[in-house]
Design a protein around this ligand. Structure first.
Ligand code: FNR
Length: 364
């Protein structure tokens, strides 16, 4: 049974922390540098205010949507998070079991700690695959073919992390991947050479670190190699959104990687409207970063997202209670979403638009 004091997503945090090593906790919870962006992801949602709406016909509503060729019951996906086995011994298998029970789409990370084919064998709801660009084109192709063979519905190419942000919390905790946990889907593929730079040379530009940094040309090549929709994850700049449209990309995720890459980016919810204005509903737009409440989902949809993804919250459920915890997290968020819709007079997702919010979050 689930403890009575777990009534919202945040309530899982202390339980998760207690069940993880301090190193794993630092890995999952930390952000880059001073964690300005990480904090902002949470704080920013609280700055938007609803108008609320009364006496609307809200009976027989639903939260259904079509996203690429997926029919989803609700607009909440599980974001790609690496190494679920750090949180729970069953790792991604527990997560996909919860996703199956809850009908939630799950994005499998390139750095998953369980093979994509094993995850797919347990999947009922749609899977998507997150691609970290590999330095060798044949490695990218092998990953794409594995994702296609596993029945994945889309590729999310993470474009905001050609280098990692300096994640001091996990560095100070001395985090290292335990020897029995591995990015198994990369096994046997040519990977990036180990980082090296010569003393006195510039530490990043003068190193081999950026060899694998992808470009727009790589994205166009990728699109030519697969029939799956290619979705760029980690776009915060409206100019990049424009370039993505010009390059024929099939979707975008407004995301700052949960505050783990460039510290000083705004909260993803604060960047959303400007990106949505460029996208202008031509391709699906997702958002992640800081979603902790169903009302946050409504705010994201009001500002132009078609769907959202959650990262850390489901990891907390996973660490605390395995598949049951992940399912419970999804269920709570889904119920909160419906409550927030009803209290805003919305009976389907199409009813959600910017008119739900006070201008710029202000009530005057
Ligand atoms: C991530 N994220 C991530 N993104 C990605 O594209 N590939 C990955 O392997 C990972 N791994 C990963 C590990 C951990 C520990 C975290 C916290 C995040 C980013 C993730 O997909 C998502 O953008 C954020 O987690 C969303 O923010 P919230 O919901 O955690 O606030």
């Amino acid at each position: 049974t689930i403890p009575v004091d777990i009534q919202s997503l945040a309530d899982y945090e202390p339980y998760a922390k207690a069940r993880m090593t301090p190193q794993a906790w630092a890995y999952f919870s930390g952000g880059a540098a001073d964690e300005i962006t990480l904090r902002d992801n949470h704080d920013a949602f609280a700055r938007y205010r609803f108008k609320g709406r009364v006496l609307q016909p809200v009976q027989q509503g639903n939260t259904r949507l079509q996203l690429f060729d997926m029919l989803l019951e609700y607009p909440i996906l599980l974001a790609p998070v690496a190494f679920h086995r750090l949180a729970h011994s069953e790792g991604e298998l527990a997560t996909v079991t919860a996703a199956a029970a809850m009908g939630a789409a799950m994005v499998v990370s390139t750095q998953a700690s369980v093979g994509i084919e094993h995850i797919a064998a347990r999947a009922v709801a749609p899977l998507l695959f997150q691609l970290y660009w590999q330095p060798h084109r044949e490695a990218n192709l092998a990953l794409v073919k594995a994702a296609e063979a596993a029945g994945c519905k889309a590729l999310l190419v993470t474009v905001d992390a050609p280098v990692n942000g300096p994640r001091h919390r996990e560095q100070r905790a001395g985090f290292a991947l335990p020897s029995d946990i591995e990015a198994v889907n990369l096994r046997g593929l040519p990977t990036a050479p180990v980082w090296h730079s010569k003393p006195g040379q510039s530490p990043v530009f003068g190193s081999n670190l950026l060899q694998a940094a992808p470009t727009w040309e790589d994205m166009r090549w990728l699109k030519s190699m697969t029939r799956l929709p290619v979705v760029l994850k980690g776009v915060m700049n409206p100019e990049d959104a424009r370039q993505a449209l010009d390059s024929g990309m099939d979707g975008l995720v407004v995301s700052n990687h949960g505050g783990r890459t460039l510290d000083g980016l705004p909260a993803s919810i604060d960047a959303l409207a400007a990106v949505a204005a460029v996208v202008n509903k031509q391709i699906p737009l997702l958002l992640d970063g800081g979603i902790r409440r169903g009302s946050d989902v409504v705010k994201a949809l009001a500002l132009g997202a078609d769907a959202v993804m959650i990262g850390r919250p489901y990891i907390h459920g996973l660490a605390a209670a395995g598949a049951v915890g992940v399912a419970h997290v999804l269920n709570m968020l889904r119920a909160e979403l419906e409550v927030a819709m009803v209290l805003n007079g919305c009976h389907c997702l199409a009813d959600i638009d910017a008119s739900l919010l006070w201008q710029a979050g202000r009530t005057q």
